[in-house]
Write a protein that binds this ligand. Structure first.
Ligand SMILES: *[C@@H]1O[C@H](CO)[C@@H](O)[C@H](O)[C@H]1NC(C)=O
Ligand SMILES: *[C@@H]1O[C@H](CO)[C@@H](O)[C@H](O)[C@H]1NC(C)=O
Ligand SMILES: *[C@@H]1O[C@H](CO)[C@@H](O)[C@H](O)[C@H]1NC(C)=O
Length: 584
């Protein structure tokens, strides 16, 4: 059952490439109408036929469902009324002629004045064009009297190589003034050109190489890389030196104590050895977050690697489908990690832990998505997730994700080694002395996210720009690199923070380190606000909700990832130093 479902989803994801995409002469090539929307608001999309364009009769109506991700990304392909046949030129053909009534006029005027664009798809190649244009009125200088024109002629210039379609250009023409009772003649023409370009390279023209492979991008990667080397070196050096002198002090102290019977007051991280291995409060939640963090890290790595291998950015929604499937499958890792961590505390709320793992982040995403869906439905936008897709997602969660978390938890519980920290946990918790001002949580926590944010900052710009500005993001190798750099920087910073905290004899490091690493998402969210204000022209309730809703989901995910990796890094460090001091 599970397997069948996965295969079904995977099949949906790859179906777009499954068709042969080879044509014989005069074979009809379907032009699919996808969506329209205001140019400034990339997520605010509506079905193409929301506007009163000419359309096929109801009996020939046909839509295309090409997978889960396609629906998630707000696409809905409907067969258009353009008759295009392979290698068959069309001089000028009439689709339909209509007189503009009041309702159509209002709709077209609204669309033109809001800079609506539309998206058509021919043989999986997307085309974009504007619906119309606004011109300054020639009569008089009255402002607000702009004339709105709508393009009524579409010219398709199509290049073919052998039996394959390589390139499509769409040009608008024949602007007609929008006024009541105006006769609109919707026409189109098609011109076929032979070309020697290869089919495998036909997508390259959609990739903005000047933008993504600009020197700045390479430079920023190089920069981050240097930062990592510097940081790792610095952390290593400082810790080695300080720890060495600490170890030295402690061992000397031990000798003194033996000879003199009484030593001076001990200070530093060694004092908390009876408390440092205590389980943090809210341990089930904590384990759930660590498990989810590992799951998300796996998801990012698998999805990016699959995207690189399969050039998934070409298919509409293929990356989203892959992410959903990988997320569901990696639930096992989440259950395994959280179960293993939890069982060490010998607590008996493992069911609670499992529920946090299985429902925490997924539940949050569902909640946000549902709220966004309400907005989208009220706008009758394409961005609303269709009911069928929602059912499929629910089934995936119910029959793949949840059982895998359960299974992972059981395996993790049974394979876990007993908890044997390097030093025993004292019965009575030690009192935490007053700390220096800069070791307060309100300072440490924002500090922890600063450097990791610095390492991903430039890549954020590229990701945001492509996601919100109609660019195909295709440099997944960069993501992989930057993501790894971020993980390394985060663990280095969390180790430093742990060291300072323990030195101040504060043993509450697990949550502190988690939050200080997770604080990167606060910076990303602030950056998103800046990007919204300064770099985009989005407007309206719909787009604002979608922008911030989706950014919020991303930021929370990123926070969990960094929190988990920060904790794991600090944990290795803590184990190490206390083990060495014990063996001294
Ligand atoms: C394609 O159709 C055109 C006009 O309908 C016709 O002239 C031409 O011979 C056809 N070509 C083939 C290969 O059938
Ligand atoms: C329109 O502008 C021209 C100069 O730009 C001016 O001479 C003319 O008076 C204006 N007409 C009206 C109706 O305001
Ligand atoms: C499409 O437009 C581009 C850029 O203007 C041009 O280089 C290319 O030859 C055009 N292709 C076709 C099939 O018209």
């Amino acid at each position: 059952m599970k397997l069948a479902l996965c295969l079904l989803v995977l099949a949906g994801a790859v179906k777009a490439d499954e068709r042969t995409q080879r044509y014989t002469d005069n074979e009809s090539v379907t032009l699919w109408a996808n969506k329209i929307g205001p140019y400034e608001n990339p997520q605010e999309t509506y079905s193409y036929y929301t506007l009163p364009f000419c359309r096929l009769n109801a009996d020939k109506w046909q839509s295309k469902w090409a997978g889960l991700g396609e629906a998630l990304e707000g696409n809905s392909l409907v067969k258009s009324d353009y008759g295009i046949s392979f290698k068959h030129d069309v001089e000028k053909a009439l689709n339909c002629a209509v007189k503009l009534d009041k309702r159509s006029l209002d709709m077209f005027q609204y669309a033109v004045s809001n800079h609506y664009w539309f998206n058509l798809v021919l043989d999986e190649l997307p085309m974009w064009a504007m619906v119309g244009e606004v011109r300054e009125s020639k009569l008089g200088n009255h402002s607000g009297d702009d004339e709105k024109y709508i393009f009524t002629h579409k010219h398709f210039s199509i290049a073919y190589n052998g039996d394959r379609i390589i390139e499509v250009n769409l040009t608008n023409d024949n602007p007609a003034l929008l006024k009541l009772n105006q006769q609109l003649e919707w026409t189109y023409s098609v011109k076929w050109h032979p070309t020697s370009k290869k089919f495998s390279q036909r997508f390259n023209r959609y990739l903005d190489q000047d933008f993504f492979e600009h020197q700045i991008h390479w430079f920023s990667i190089f920069n981050s890389f240097m930062m990592v080397i510097f940081l790792v070196g610095l952390v290593g050096l400082i810790l080695m030196r300080t720890l060495k002198s600490d170890f030295h002090k402690y061992s000397k102290h031990l000798d003194e104590e033996e000879s003199l019977g009484e030593g001076q007051e001990d200070t530093g991280w060694k004092q908390v050895q009876g408390d440092v291995f205590r389980f943090p409060p809210y341990y089930p939640l904590f384990c759930g977050l660590i498990g989810t963090g590992i799951q998300l890290i796996l998801m990012v790595y698998c999805t990016t690697i699959l995207s690189i291998i399969g050039t998934l950015y070409i298919g509409r929604g293929a990356v989203s489908s892959t992410a959903v499937v990988v997320y569901a499958l990696s639930s096992f890792a989440a259950g395994y990690v959280s179960g293993q961590f939890y069982v060490q505390s010998k607590g008996n709320s493992w069911i609670k832990t499992m529920m946090f793992t299985a429902c925490g982040y997924s539940g949050f995403c569902v909640l946000v998505t549902m709220s966004l869906n309400l907005v989208a439905v009220s706008y009758s936008s394409l961005a609303a997730i269709p009911f069928g897709t929602m059912v499929i997602l629910l089934l995936i969660w119910l029959f793949v994700s949840f059982p895998l978390v359960l299974f992972g938890t059981i395996v993790g519980r049974n394979l876990a080694r007993p908890y044997q920290p390097p030093s025993r946990i004292a019965l009575i918790p030690r009192q935490i002395p007053d700390k220096r001002w800069y070791l307060n949580f309100s300072i440490l926590i924002p500090l922890g996210g600063l450097l990791p944010f610095g390492s991903i900052f430039i890549e954020m710009y590229f990701i945001f720009t492509s996601f919100w500005n109609y660019k195909f993001y295709y440099v997944y190798g960069f993501i992989l690199l930057v993501f790894s750099i971020m993980l390394i920087v985060t663990s280095c910073v969390s180790i430093v923070i742990t060291y300072f905290l323990l030195n101040a004899e504060d043993y509450r490091w697990p949550w502190t380190v988690f939050w200080s690493s997770a604080s990167i998402s606060g910076y990303v969210f602030l950056y998103a606000i800046y990007f919204f204000m300064a770099k985009t022209k989005m407007y309206g309730l719909f787009q604002t909700c979608f922008y911030f809703g989706q950014t919020l989901m991303m930021c929370v995910g990123l926070g969990i990832i960094c929190g988990a990796i920060g904790y794991l890094g600090a944990r290795v460090f803590v184990w190490r130093i206390f083990r060495s001091v014990k063996s001294d």
